[in-house]
Design a protein around this ligand. Structure first.
Ligand SMILES: NC(=O)C1=CN([C@@H]2O[C@H](COP(=O)(O)OP(=O)(O)OC[C@H]3O[C@@H](n4cnc5c(N)ncnc54)[C@H](OP(=O)(O)O)[C@@H]3O)[C@@H](O)[C@H]2O)C=CC1
Ligand SMILES: Nc1nc(=O)c2c([nH]1)NC[C@@H]1CN(c3ccc(C(=O)N[C@@H](CCC(=O)O)C(=O)O)cc3)C=[N+]21
Length: 310
């Protein structure tokens, strides 16, 4: 297996999200084989993509490819951007009722005019592999069993690869979205971290960040987090995926952290691309295997239990 933590020419070690995702994909593939042996069919993930946002299409394509590579079934449903609310809800209801579907992911954001909350709330909680329904969110708050959101789960996994047990670490999460920041704060709390949840109204964000043993940047602002915001030796998990103008008119992906600066002070850092992004898909696969197991009333394979957060 490739090393997940590798050294760089600068101070920080790199956390290789691709290598970590390959390990989690392998665990999911192992689990998928066990499910197929028990059920006579592999776990199945349905992805709903509304509109033609090019970035979303790339994610959906990556998800489809990795799902099949892990020996699972992937079904994509594409709807036009001008689809009605009722038609999106009806599709989710049909997927809820389809016994051959174990997991449902509705790609966010939905085009303007559609009620995202209603669509997400339509997903049956036992198929909510994105962990975004009120039932999943409630279970996370209560510390009860349930599906955890994929990007925050991936962020915890990578921080553990770098630091081991996270008990007592101070964590600053920047961004409080339902998809990333808020559940990330709760997952790190569940790891016994001391968590600060920062956002656009936070006062003196650089000073808040400098207290952190672990910084989670989930803002959507290219290079917002500067090198001198990072406590020497801290672990930096960059969730941001921002497309910016690169050389020769070509676009490239950057995170929310000024990587070239932060790598000089941090102890560990995730790159973009090749950091949290690949882990998000890996956790989605793991959640899909777990959902298939629970629905079939067989035990969740140990390989999958081991990679998911508590
Ligand atoms: N790697 C992956 O798999 C994934 C990556 N992403 C990426 O992560 C980033 C965040 O996504 P998402 O959470 O959906 O984004 P949202 O736009 O929903 O949320 C952004 C959050 O950042 C806060 N914020 C905005 N500007 C600042 C600022 N200047 N200082 C401090 N906080 C600020 C906002 O605060 P307020 O609430 O006060 O407005 C808000 O809470 C994006 O780049 C997205 O592409 C998202 C999902 C998965
Ligand atoms: N309901 C819902 N759940 C999500 O989890 C969700 C969503 N909606 N909407 C959009 C965001 C974004 N997201 C990414 C997933 C994988 C990569 C990924 O694989 N990135 C790779 C490659 C990126 C590339 O090169 O295009 C990388 O960072 O290395 C990125 C981003 C999931 N999201």
């Amino acid at each position: 297996m490739t090393d997940i933590i590798t050294s760089s020419d600068a101070a920080a070690k790199l956390i290789d999200g691709k290598a970590a995702a390959a390990a989690v994909d392998a665990a999911a593939a192992d689990g998928a084989r066990q499910i197929e042996a028990a059920l006579g069919r592999p776990p199945c993930l349905a992805v709903v993509l509304v509109g033609d946002d090019p970035a979303s299409q790339v994610y959906v394509r990556n998800k489809g490819r990795r799902t099949e590579a892990a020996g699972m079934r992937s079904v994509e449903h594409r709807l036009p951007a001008d689809v009605s609310q009722a038609d999106v809800v009806a599709l989710v209801q049909a997927l809820n009722a389809d016994d051959g579907v174990d997991g449902i992911l509705v790609q966010l954001p939905l085009p303007a005019g559609l009620d995202e909350t209603e669509v997400v709330q339509t997903i049956r909680p036992d198929k909510d592999v994105d962990g975004l329904t009120a039932q999943s969110a409630g279970a996370l708050v209560l510390g009860a069993p349930g599906m955890r959101p994929c990007t925050p789960s991936g962020s915890v996994f990578l921080a553990k690869q770098a630091l081991g047990d996270l008990t007592g670490k101070s964590v600053v999460v920047i961004g409080r979205s339902i998809l990333v920041g808020k559940p990330a704060a709760l997952l790190f709390l569940a790891e016994n971290c001391t968590v600060t949840l920062a956002h656009s109204r936070t006062q003196d964000l650089p000073a808040v960040c400098r207290q952190a043993d672990i910084v989670i940047a989930a803002v959507g602002r290219p290079n917002l987090v500067k090198g001198d915001w990072i406590k020497p030796g801290a672990c930096v998990i960059d969730v941001g995926i921002n497309r910016v103008e690169g050389e020769a008119g070509k676009s490239r992906l950057v995170g929310d952290v000024d990587f070239d600066q932060a790598i000089e002070t941090a102890g560990f850092i995730t790159p973009v691309p090749g950091g949290v992004g690949p882990m998000t898909i890996a956790m989605l696969l793991a959640n899909t295997v777990a959902a298939a197991a629970r629905r079939a009333k067989v035990s969740v394979p140990d390989s999958v239990k081991d990679v998911l957060p508590g």
